[in-house]
Design a binder for this molecule. Sequence first.
Ligand code: 2HG
Ligand code: ZN
Length: 464
Amino acid sequence: MTSPAQIEELKTLVEPGKVLLDADSLNTYGKDWTKQFAPAPTAIVFPKTIEQVQAIVRWANQHKVALVPSGGRTGLSAAAVAANGEVVVSFDYMNQILDVNLTDRTAVCQPGVVTEHLQNVAEEKGLYYPVDFASAGSSQIGGNIGTNAGGIKVIRYGMTRNWVAGMKVVTGKGDLLELNHDLIKNATGYDMRQLFIGAEGTLGFVVEATMRLDRAPKNLTAMVLGTADLDSIMPVLHAFHGKLDLTAFEFFSDKALANVMARGDVPSPFDTECPFYALLEFEATTEEVANLALEIFENCVEQGWVLDGVMSQNQTQLQNLWKLREYISETISHRTPYKNDISVTVSKVTAFLQEIDAIVAEDYPDFEVVWYGHIGDGNLHLNILKPEDLDKDEFFARCATVNKRVFETVEQYNGSISAEHGVGLVKRDYLTYSRSPVEIEYMKALKAVFDPNGIMNPGKIFAV
Ligand code: 2HG
Ligand code: ZN
């Protein structure tokens, strides 16, 4: 436990008032969007410079204090939860875009830059930051890098990893590393940048990142299609993917849609009730492209895969169709969902879905099951909603027993137990379903190199 004298010393390392100890702040900054763990940090510290981050890490090494990095706290794996008396390092005051280079198409960001801010600045410059998800309004670039955030445009643009041109990190030893210097080509041995991406702050903290920007997409157009059943979704993807350059291909179930409709502020896509829906997006650069999309749609109807559909004709309609998908997570959050974020290669999705769906139907006959996700990337979000009258701990315990069957299936398919939400505390006990014991030993050895005293977000990804 951190002593009062150590906290006084910590206060001298940052600006006055930038260490918070009050109960409200401890509760707010000690948690993310997960609900399984009670926050219990000792203090929250807000550095403003890289030097201050280095000083905090050195202080933590000296006193063997565990640090937890904190961004927008929108994570779903408890990677930013401080449940064991840790000191939380919040990047809220390192939130500036320091430079935009139009020739390199890059933006130099402090870790606390909010994703949407980067998207807006890119747009103002006629460019585009394509990593996007429902929490873009609060999530921060540092956290996105720490979890290698994915989202709704991965099918075309890939994950956060693809957009990090260069990075400055403070390692667990307090050293500052400048990785890749924003180069496109750099064949000088290990690309350590990649190690820190997705490492959930267990090796070091991102203190600056140069993010790549892309050309702005033209006339984005979305279609929402109601499918006859779960099995029809992948044939629809194949029908469109071969002919159109898709920027998104998402899916959701009728139960997911019902939760969004219950808000009362999003228009229903069409009257036909369907068990599943696909949302796809493409750049309708010419009228021919839009006509081609309609042709493929008609063909999908003839095949019996699609029962009804709608295509956006303007920006408002595009945004309203996206709300059907983007509001799902938020609208079910008050139902205390048990979340699964699993993936397989796209070619295996149909068989995998059938197996998982059968397990879920057998093991959760009395629970409401909500399917949605980025099916075009092979990434499914399976949410089990807690019945109102069931105790929270009992509910999570029951879900954990079914998890074993779900994860055994993931393992058989060489899939991932966490496609885009990270491991954190929530999935760490299941890591062996996706990573071999030998691989995990190498991961632990790497951690010891960068963080010999085990002070950087300990207990996340694997137990200490
Ligand atoms: C999404 O795709 C997010 O909406 C959240 O990754 C998924 O709530 C979830 O399970
Ligand atoms: Zn997602």
